[in-house]
Design a protein around this ligand. Structure first.
Ligand SMILES: [Zn+2]
Length: 120
């Protein structure tokens, strides 16, 4: 199932992060302030000056996690869609069987002298 609204191109990564000595800090420096005049990024949580490369690398990591999650959800939706379609098919078949037996019951009820009991 293709998805024209997908924010990621299927089978194509927007970024590639080469694992390195990048280490996890206690503060993820998520809300930041970008000061164009000073060409400086500061963390709005802890106030420290953020190394731009580290911040971009963290952003790429988060993007990668979201991309994988997106793909997982798309797959899940496809499976759920197929299961839903199968349930609808079974419902249509069940309704058709009920109609068939209701029609047989009506025919038998109209016949004089015929036992009206209907067995499926
Ligand atoms: Zn911070």
């Amino acid at each position: 199932m293709g998805d024209a609204q997908a924010p990621f191109e299927p089978n194509k990564r927007m970024f590639r992060l080469v694992p390195s000595e990048y280490t996890q800090r206690e503060c993820r420096h998520s809300p930041i302030t970008v000061n164009r005049a000073k060409r400086r990024i500061t963390c709005r949580s802890c106030g420290s000056v953020v190394e731009p490369f580290d911040w971009i690398a963290a952003l790429v990591e988060r993007h990668e996690v979201m991309e994988n999650e997106w793909k997982r959800l798309v797959q899940q939706r496809e499976v759920a869609g197929a299961e839903l379609e199968e349930l609808r098919r079974r419902e249509r078949n069940a309704k058709a069987r009920v109609r068939k037996w209701e029609n047989k019951a009506r025919v038998l009820e109209r016949r004089p002298g015929v036992d009206s009991e209907v067995r499926p």
